[in-house]
Design a protein. Structure first.
Length: 402
């Protein structure tokens, strides 16, 4: 069914990129508020893929691409993790020829194709007046493009890495930190039993917040992050020092997936890239572990220290949201509706210094958000540093104002 209108209008909502706990509460908040304000809500399935693959035919079965939402549906889903609308990393601005939908293959024949015009026509076909994408900087960059093309867009930031510019907080970050601390503490028993180094690889392609915050909270002795290329001998010596001081004879380091050795580059699984041009990271934890074993004797009186190496990965991504990732998405969804009801568009809803606010949506593509190494990372000790917590935001180092 297409182009369903009512007295207020139709709101589309989608989730793109990696799943995180907190997406379903955000969908719930938007939907319930919108329906009560007199709007209809259309869920776009599988992120931007739903709007790329849609068939503009009233008789076509588009159930794989869209889902009309009601209060009962979102209430049940809102208690759970992940996204019931599903997700993808589809980038309508750069669709490979092999990925162009069959019904568009005669029209788009380049190696890389811009399908944003099709997305805009599909939004019109569905009768959607306003679009609320929930995602990281990649997903939201498409929202920026649509707004520049004249469509009414309000964006909600989501990513475990917490690196969407303009906001102190992205949906999913708190649960990621909570799980990282919990899983690290669980693995301490094995590390202590065997007197080993514990190397845990965590998320963070360009920003090291997911390694920094758990380390600051006491989950690890050291952390290495993408913003600073570390010296492996320095890290080995520090971990030996930590291990000697620990009565259980073990030490812990958190490694951001995008961390790099001094003189080295990011470690990739293969040469394939996603739709936004990112090669899949993976392996820095294994590489670091091997180097620690090999180098440990020179700092440990000739005795080798073995390693327990674990990539936390989807263990911190799956499952139900924690308290913060239940509350913030509810607030973000309502903030988006506040703006929409005032006729304001082209905004990103945000948290800044403990207060809910909004920013121009193009902040997503016009800047980068990373750890301020000079202020928050001690390069001699390879761990977070802080001088005062007074008047800092909840997560200390995640505000660009600091």
């Amino acid at each position: 069914m297409a182009n369903i209108k009512n007295k207020q209008g139709v709101i589309g909502i989608l989730t793109g990129g990696g799943d995180v706990p907190g997406l379903n509460p955000a969908i719930r908040a938007v939907t319930i508020r919108a329906i009560r304000e007199g709007y209809k809500v259309v869920g776009i399935r599988r992120g931007w893929a739903g709007l790329v693959n849609l068939l503009r035919d009233p008789k076509a079965d588009n159930s794989e691409n869209i889902q009309y939402l009601d209060e009962e549906t979102v209430r049940k889903a809102g208690r759970t993790g992940g996204t019931f609308l599903h997700t993808s990393r589809t980038n309508p601005m750069k669709v490979k020829k092999a990925d162009v939908p069959t019904h568009l293959s005669d029209k788009y024949t380049e190696d890389i194709n811009d399908l944003v015009p099709e997305v805009l026509e599909n939004l019109d076909f569905l009768g959607i007046d306003h679009l609320i994408p929930i995602g990281g900087d990649d997903t939201l960059s498409v929202g920026v493009r649509l707004y520049q093309e004249g469509f009414k867009v309000i964006a909600i930031p989501k990513t475990m890495d917490n690196d969407v510019p303009g906001t102190d907080y992205c949906i999913g970050f708190s649960t990621c930190v909570t799980r990282t601390i919990s899983l690290t503490n669980s693995l301490r028993t094995s590390a202590g039993s065997h007197e080993r180094f514990l190397v845990l690889e965590v998320f963070g392609r360009y920003a090291g917040f997911t390694a920094m915050l758990p380390t600051m909270a006491g989950a690890a002795d050291r952390c290495v992050i993408p913003e600073y290329k570390f010296d492996i001998d320095q890290l080995t010596e520090l971990l030996i020092y930590d291990r000697r001081r620990n009565p259980s004879k073990y030490s812990v380091v958190l490694v951001s997936e995008g961390a790099m050795f001094s003189g080295g580059e990011m470690v990739f699984k293969d040469h394939q890239t996603d739709a936004f041009g990112h090669a899949k990271l993976g392996g820095i934890g294994e590489l670091l572990s091997a180097e620690l074993v090999a180098r440990s004797p020179q700092f440990n009186k000739g005795t080798t220290v073995n390693v327990i190496n674990q990539k936390l990965g989807y263990m911190v991504r799956g499952g139900d949201p924690d308290a913060i990732d239940s509350i913030v998405p509810m607030a973000y969804g309502n903030l988006a509706l506040d703006l929409l009801l005032k006729g304001i568009h082209g905004r990103l809803v945000v948290l800044r210094n403990g207060r809910y606010d909004n920013m121009p949506i193009d902040v997503v593509t016009s800047s980068k958000k990373v750890v301020n190494v000079k202020r928050y990372y001690n390069t001699e000790r390879l761990r977070p540093q802080f001088h005062s917590f007074e008047m800092n935001p909840l997560f200390i180092m995640t505000s660009e104002a600091n």
